[in-house]
Write a protein of this length. Structure first.
Length: 223
């Protein structure tokens, strides 16, 4: 993904109200000066554009893959939107199968927890963010149990944040931990670097710059 595309993405997320600045408690308990709420990509046009960004990030990564897996719940529309964008892509159109899971097994009809195409080949896990890596771990287990291979993770935003308690911060982010633990790449459309660039370039956001910089100094991965 070019730096212009990444910047376009954070601008788009901000316009959609998905990326907001202020004070937000995140899953780790930290008070973050920004928050990315992917649930607010909630109209046809918005999800359509989002799918195009995911598809482009995946194609630009040049990783080989056979299908997508979207973990419930938010991964489900992401997988669908991205495969539609891949099918309609200008230069690299491809009809890619996708699957997703149910959080609770269905006890009637076809039953089970897996929906969509059979899990096979190299599977890209698609989600909005990685916080502790639980969703990726569960997805890896589901994909391996089906005899397929988890090939990469595709997310919207890498917060580039060190894991762990304030007095025992890990040297690595949750994204880096996932890459190391499963030996597969994590591809992100954009990262905290791109948010910082948006704050730098757009005077409307100037008031948030110092809080985001301070948060990054405190919790951001080094180097
Ligand atoms: O890395 P993790 O610690 O797993 O956190 C990230 C996951 O958490 C959220 O989903 P959640 O599990 O809350 O379910 P949802 O998609 O139903 O909101 C998010 O959409 C990711 O899937
Ligand atoms: O860390 C989180 O909980 C978190 C941060 C963020 O920006 N977006 C999100 O959905 N979760």
């Amino acid at each position: 993904m070019s730096s212009q595309n990444r910047l376009d993405f954070v601008r788009f997320a901000s316009q959609e109200g998905v990326l907001r600045f202020g004070e937000f408690k995140v899953k780790s308990g930290r008070i973050s000066p920004y928050f990315f709420n992917a649930g607010l990509f909630n109209s046809g046009r918005s999800v359509g554009t989002l799918g195009q960004f995911y598809a482009q990030a995946l194609l630009d990564s040049s990783h080989d893959f056979d299908m997508l897996f979207g973990p419930a719940y938010k991964g489900i529309p992401l997988a669908a939107a991205t495969t539609i964008a891949l099918a309609n892509h200008d230069a690299d159109a491809r009809d890619v199968p996708f699957a997703f899971n149910r959080k609770e097994a269905k006890a009637h009809g076809e039953g089970g927890t897996l929906v969509g195409a059979p899990l096979q080949g190299r599977v890209v896990i698609i989600d909005d963010v990685i916080t502790a890596g639980t969703s990726v771990r569960e997805s890896v287990e589901i994909i391996r149990a089906a005899g397929a291979t988890p090939a990469a993770v595709l997310i919207a935003l890498d917060r580039m944040e060190r894991a762990g308690a304030d007095d025992a911060l890990s040297a690595h982010s949750a994204v880096q931990d996932v890459q190391q633990k499963y030996g597969m790449p994590v591809i992100s459309i954009a990262s905290l670097d791109d948010i910082m660039q948006l704050l730098d370039e757009d005077a409307t956001f100037a008031q948030y710059q110092s809080a985001v910089s301070a948060y990054r100094d405190r919790y951001g991965i080094k180097g």
